[in-house]
Design a protein around this ligand. Structure first.
Ligand SMILES: *Cc1c(COP(=O)(O)O)cnc(C)c1O
Ligand SMILES: [Zn+2]
Length: 460
């Protein structure tokens, strides 16, 4: 503790604690109060850019110089805004080469003016989800700390990302890294489990849900020397800030009106708020967008606490008892998280306080959407865009709600974050299209006969 005036350190986010830890302290949660930690920079000792457009020259095809390697990473080309490691320490496998698609047809279908809607496809990352943004930063730290076992508990995408990074990273002494993945006995989308297995992760199935996995892993961390990269890991969130930098980059550094993101463990929501708090502090933006976090109705702890019970960040003095009360009530009633969007099927979001901070900094709102609305929105992204997995489509389903309740207006400039690739959960997609959803597109049965095919095509 008490690390003086370093350029970067870890600090507890609770206003009544604020304990500080050295950058290299492998602390998991605040030792004083159990709270979440944040990376804090003394910007006067770093070299932040004078304007965001200074980053523009870096967006180029990969070349083989050390700078080219970093500049072609969508995370590390913004390295001055997450300056916790030296350039030669940074781990990259080409994350963050993602696409911001202007989605005019989808905009019109939803009732937004054309050229107002943008979809940020984080599914185009190497392991198929936004998690790679954070994993490059977490692995950078694992390597700096000399760790060789990296672990997570996961609903799927974190383990896929972790497994891939472990394969492509060696320790400082050149040894391979070992990926250790804990999955619950319950639901995990097959595409994601397949990735963890295929990339060679040691995969341990625990009897119990995600929350049980999380408890085990925290206890095991010290005992068997695991570096834990769940989204409580503050370094991961540093990497995820860059999703916002890339959105701004593709909008020519113009700040949109809204950022809409699905909310699971609330790592993205937390990272986005921190990104804008810092950009504002550095004078690199003159305003911040509003944030909308979208829960699934079956996993709506944040919605319940923020919109129904009025829980607020309150300068870092949020009412912890309100959170405990909700979880106790739900435990008593036997309520557990349940949604088709498995990536956001989280009962107790670990980053909740940081998400409250983001909601305050970005004048945010929270909405909940049904599984049916999520799957319809997913089909719309498939029809009018490049597709996404169920959890991702919560952002578009949320936009529909926000347009209906007039929180978002037809002329607002909106960015929906699509967190994962459409192939992650092919089961859910095929099931939807064989059902009675609004956009269902079931395969047509037909005899192997030209006349029969002609007849089918004539009526379809
Ligand atoms: C992890 C994940 C989420 C949830 O993100 P949080 O940062 O935990 O809120 C949403 N969608 C996909 C596809 C994910 O993999
Ligand atoms: Zn603390």
């Amino acid at each position: 503790m008490g690390s003086g005036h370093k350029a970067a350190l870890q600090r507890c986010i609770a206003a009544d604690c604020g304990a500080q830890y050295d950058l290299h302290d492998p602390v998991f949660a605040c030792r004083a109060c159990g709270g979440l930690l944040d990376l804090c920079y003394d910007w006067s000792r770093c070299a932040p850019p004078r304007k965001l457009a200074d980053f523009a020259h870096r967006w180029r095809a990969p070349d083989h110089s050390p700078d080219g390697r970093l500049d072609s990473s969508g995370v590390w080309r913004f390295r001055e805004l997450l300056p916790f490691a030296a350039p030669d320490e940074l781990v990259t496998i080409g994350e963050g080469r993602t696409i911001l698609q202007q989605a005019d047809e989808l905009a019109r279908n939803l009732g937004l003016k054309a050229d107002r809607l943008f979809l940020q496809y984080e599914g185009f990352n190497p392991s198929g989800s936004f998690k790679d943004n954070g994993m490059s930063a977490a692995f950078t730290m694992a390597r700096k700390l000399g760790k060789r076992r990296v672990a997570c508990a996961s609903t799927g995408n974190t383990s896929a990302s972790l497994a891939l990074y472990a394969r492509h990273t060696t320790t400082q002494t050149g040894d391979p890294m070992q990926a250790v993945v804990f999955v619950g006995g319950g639901k995990i989308a097959l595409g994601k489990l397949a990735q963890a297995l295929d990339y060679g992760a040691t995969t341990i199935q625990i009897d119990g849900d995600f929350d049980a996995c999380m408890r085990i892993i925290e206890e095991a961390a010290d005992r068997v020397g695991l570096y834990v990269v769940n989204s409580v890991n503050p370094f991961r969130l540093e990497g995820q800030k860059t999703i916002m930098y890339r959105v701004l980059e593709r909008l020519n550094w113009e700040v949109p009106d809204w950022i809409i993101v699905p909310g699971g463990n609330l790592g993205n929501s937390s990272a986005f708020g921190k990104a804008f708090i810092e950009l504002k502090e550095l004078g690199l933006v003159d305003r911040v967008p509003r944030l909308a976090i979208i829960n699934a109705t079956g996993a709506n702890a944040l919605y319940e606490l923020y919109e129904r019970r009025g829980l607020r960040w309150n300068g870092g003095r949020w009412d912890r008892s309100a959170v405990d009360r909700l979880h106790a009530e739900r435990r008593e009633r036997g309520v557990t998280a349940k949604t088709v969007a498995t990536a956001i099927e989280i009962g107790r979001p670990v980053n909740l306080p940081k998400a409250l901070r983001s909601l305050e900094a970005m004048s945010g709102v929270v909405r909940e959407v049904s599984d049916e609305a999520i799957l319809d929105a997913k089909a719309m992204v498939g029809l009018h865009g490049y597709g996404c997995e169920p959890a991702s489509a919560a952002s578009v389903a949320g936009l529909r709600v926000l347009l209906e309740d007039k929180t978002v207006s037809a002329s607002d400039r909106v960015v929906c974050i699509l967190t994962g690739h459409t192939l992650k959960d092919a089961d859910a997609t095929v099931k939807y299209h064989q059902g009675s959803g609004q956009f269902a597109n079931a395969p047509l049965r037909c005899a192997a006969d030209i006349e029969a095919i002609a007849a089918v095509l004539a009526t379809s």
